[in-house]
Design a protein around this ligand. Structure first.
Ligand SMILES: [Zn+2]
Length: 450
């Protein structure tokens, strides 16, 4: 009845009983083995379906957040593990600190996180006795729907399953959309911080641009970030056919462009980015709302979502001679084909470079060069010429043949100088680099691995 739960497995009473027993055993064992307090974390989901794509994505993000808060309070996490189960996904942390101090910290997280009302964070003393809210002089938790004590409403079954799930799913969706909005911003800023980037704006140069610099790009990225959250939320709420999704998102894209022009006093810093990253944010929301785990299927969904932009383009085909239409065509073509330059060039290169121990910056420069070897960057075609594009592709191929990363970085720096003097800027490639980072961060956030 709830699309978000899809065909998720139903939990029987006996499953639940043995799950609870196992959980209690795990906590006892961890406390005993390490002789330290233990924190357990799960999401409170009512009913017989306890784990689905949306809940799991929010769960993993919360695990990262809890882990970060504990470390940030200068508390060492001695052991950390996650157990996925149809009865509930649970994270366990063994910590080297006073249990009551950690309980206070966890209560802060429950209070402030968007999905905090669904968090079930328990802290156990090293003898496995739970630290209760009452021990800290706090009231018991409130019900999601009314203001009564949660356990009272649960016992008396005051609210229907539908009512509780409606509220629960909406909290999860808001949280997931905000995760996506944050990842989009992080991806744009990682791209912007990358140096050297031939012809593009970096923290140390304006590339071939006379009308924009690092501060302006940063301001613009921050101005458009909330719209990626909104796009994802709308895709999560959407229940039509995927091929028509873009139509419903277009007004949000237009408002994002308006916010960009307001932030930059009329300069087009991120129009291509709004389109490309927007499609990824929509695809993430769409997949999760159908209870599909996010993996490389995101590229196929991007392609399905973007198909309509190609139809639109040919409908207005007689404007193809104009610079603007030309620039739009490249991004649309890339999207409608499932972003091959993100999937096979940018993201692949980031993943492998980081795995091989390259720094974030050097991986990012390498991924940009890889994208430049193949992408039909319409910014270059528009500002320069097709011959210039071919030259750029060959230069990128030549640089990537160098084996030493320092040589690659040095050559990228030299290429930047040539691009600047020839007024060449591969802006389309920069958008694809940001999208590659988005995919990398997304996989890391929702899959708990890369
Ligand atoms: Zn209630």
């Amino acid at each position: 009845m709830f699309r978000e739960l899809g065909s998720a497995e139903t939990v029987m009473l006996e499953d639940m009983l043995s799950f609870r027993d196992n959980k209690a055993q795990t906590i006892k064992m961890l406390c005993k083995d390490y002789n330290r307090p233990v924190v357990s974390f799960a999401l409170n989901i009512a009913g017989e379906i306890k784990s689905f794509a949306l809940s799991r994505a929010v769960f993993f993000d919360a695990v990262h957040r809890i882990s970060f808060s504990i470390s940030n309070a200068n508390i060492s996490i001695i052991f950390e593990t996650v157990k996925l189960d149809k009865c509930s996904d649970v994270a366990y942390f063994v910590i080297d600190a006073d249990a009551v101090q950690v309980k206070r910290l966890m209560l802060e997280i429950e209070k402030h996180d968007t999905a905090g009302r669904l968090y079930d964070i328990d802290v156990y003393e090293k003898n496995a006795a739970p630290v209760s809210r009452n021990q800290l002089g706090l009231e018991s938790r409130k019900c999601l729907i009314c203001n009564a004590a949660a356990h009272e409403c649960a016992r008396s079954r005051r609210h229907s399953y539908e009512e509780i799930m409606d509220v629960t799913l909406n909290i999860l969706k808001k949280n997931f959309a905000s995760i996506i909005g944050n990842l989009a911003l992080k991806a744009m800023l990682t791209e912007l911080d990358t140096y050297p980037k031939p012809g593009l704006v970096t923290p140390f140069s304006c590339g071939a641009h006379k009308d924009m610099d690092y501060a302006l790009m940063k301001k613009s990225a921050n101005a458009i970030a909330p719209y990626f959250n909104e796009i994802c939320y709308n895709a999560l709420m959407y229940d039509g056919e995927v091929k028509d999704l873009l139509k419903t998102l277009r007004p949000i894209g237009l408002r994002a462009e308006k916010a960009m022009y307001e932030a930059t006093s009329g300069i087009n810093t991120h129009k291509g980015m709004i389109f490309s990253l927007g499609i990824f944010c929509a695809a993430a929301g769409y997949l999760i709302s159908c209870n599909e785990e996010i993996n490389d299927n995101i590229f196929e969904v991007c392609s399905e979502i973007a198909q309509i932009s190609m139809d639109d383009f040919s409908l207005n085909g007689n404007s193809s001679g104009s610079c603007h239409a030309f620039a739009a065509k490249g991004a649309r073509y890339e999207a409608a084909n499932g972003f091959p330059n993100v999937r096979y060039s940018g993201y692949e290169t980031l993943k492998n470079s980081l795995k091989n121990g390259l720094s974030v910056n050097d991986s990012s420069v390498t991924a940009l060069l890889k994208i430049m070897t193949k992408a039909t960057d319409t910014n270059i075609m528009r500002r320069s010429s097709p011959a210039c594009l071919e030259k750029m592709q060959n230069e990128a191929i030549r640089i990537l043949q160098l084996k030493d990363i320092n040589e690659i970085i040095k050559s990228a720096y030299e290429l930047d100088k040539r691009f600047v003097s020839n007024n060449i800027s591969p802006g389309g490639c920069a958008d694809l680099l940001a999208a590659s980072w988005f995919v990398y961060y997304l996989y890391n956030a929702v899959k708990n691995d890369v």
